[in-house]
Design a protein around this ligand. Structure first.
Ligand SMILES: Cc1cc2nc3c(=O)[nH]c(=O)nc-3n(C[C@H](O)[C@H](O)[C@H](O)COP(=O)(O)O)c2cc1C
Length: 309
């Protein structure tokens, strides 16, 4: 999730932490500007404007290089470092990064241990895995190797790489992790509604959860889950509120990057929003061919004004 979305979602509420998209570590120690670009929050104490910490995620296979980059990230003030062992992308996997490391659990240990060793002990190091690569046969070993390294928390996307993003998520497999030090385990995958989260809790035995696509489809999902837990279920945000967020998202991305680069993220977000808001489908149809930032701004303003009328 990128910085403007993180800022918006954490202001809506319900989140305790965010993680950046991954930075690929392949052959060098990256300069600070790369980390600042991915995580502008580093210039503001590593937190979103709502005060939610943002961990920087690294993806790579060379323990020494990952450790050297982790040192840079820690020095820049990241409140935590997360290690990615779940990315299914072919380009990433070809260079031995992401999910391909699930085939060699001991390599996951080496990377986690090297980063844990290099980062100051005050900086949490967390890892994110899947159940396995082609199958979940090695899942217990993958989790054990990650936990043995002394990481602070382990997030499990409850699918194999081969299962990609297809439902269901196998939440119950998280109960099979041997966890002698009681390291917190965070369950991830297929949480779209508050009731999905309660099902996930029952099946996985976890009490911490990571939201991903669900948060894009329903921007108030984390807040709604919290409200449910407190026995005060809330109505989902209205389309009028979402329309204002869309305009904000577009303008804020335009201010951060060149304005033309704000167009595609907006279209991508509309695709996700369609799952909860049929109005997003109509707006997507209206704007999908727009290439000019001024035209996009006018379309969004028009949509907001039509709702206010
Ligand atoms: C477009 C896209 C980009 C993603 N990028 C990352 C990433 O950079 N790092 C990461 O750990 N997971 C990434 N993920 C995976 C999600 O964090 C999450 O594990 C996955 O979508 C399953 O959760 P969900 O079913 O709630 O979406 C990405 C997923 C999608 C769909």
């Amino acid at each position: 999730m990128e910085s403007v979305m993180r800022d918006m979602l954490t202001r809506i509420g319900g989140y305790e932490r965010c993680v950046t998209e991954f930075v690929r570590i392949s052959s060098t120690v990256l300069p600070p500007k790369v980390f600042y670009r991915l995580c502008p929050e580093l210039k503001k104490g590593g937190k979103t404007s709502a005060g939610t910490p943002v961990y920087v995620q690294l993806l790579g296979s060379d323990p020494a290089l990952m450790a050297a980059n982790a040192k840079v990230v820690a020095k820049l003030g990241a409140p935590g470092i997360d290690l990615n062992f779940g990315c299914p992308a072919k380009t990433v996997n070809k260079s031995r990064g992401g999910a391909t490391l699930l085939k060699t659990p001991e390599a996951i240990y080496e990377i986690c241990a090297a980063v844990r060793d290099a980062a100051p002990s005050s900086v949490p190091v967390t890892a994110k895995i899947r159940l396995g690569f082609d199958s979940d046969a090695q899942f217990e070993d993958i989790a054990a190797q990650a936990l043995k390294s002394g990481i602070t928390e382990l997030t499990v996307h409850a699918r194999t790489k081969a299962q990609a993003y297809r439902p269901p998520a196998r939440w119950q497999r998280l109960r099979d992790i041997a966890n002698p030090d009681q390291t917190p385990i965070i369950a991830n995958g297929e949480i779209w509604t508050p009731s999905d989260l309660f099902d996930c809790q029952t099946q996985s035995g976890c009490d911490a959860f990571m939201l991903a696509r669900g948060a894009l489809c329903r921007p108030d999902l984390a807040r709604a889950i919290k409200a449910h837990c407190e026995g005060q279920p809330q109505e989902p945000m209205s389309w009028a509120e979402i329309s204002e967020l869309l305009l904000y998202f577009f303008e804020a991305n335009g201010a951060l990057y060149q304005r033309k680069y704000a167009i595609n993220p907006l279209k991508q977000w509309l695709v996700y929003l369609q799952y909860c808001y049929p109005q997003a489908a109509a707006l997507f149809a209206q704007v999908k061919r727009i290439r000019d930032p001024d035209d996009m701004r006018a379309a969004l303003l028009g949509a907001t004004a039509a709702l206010a009328a």
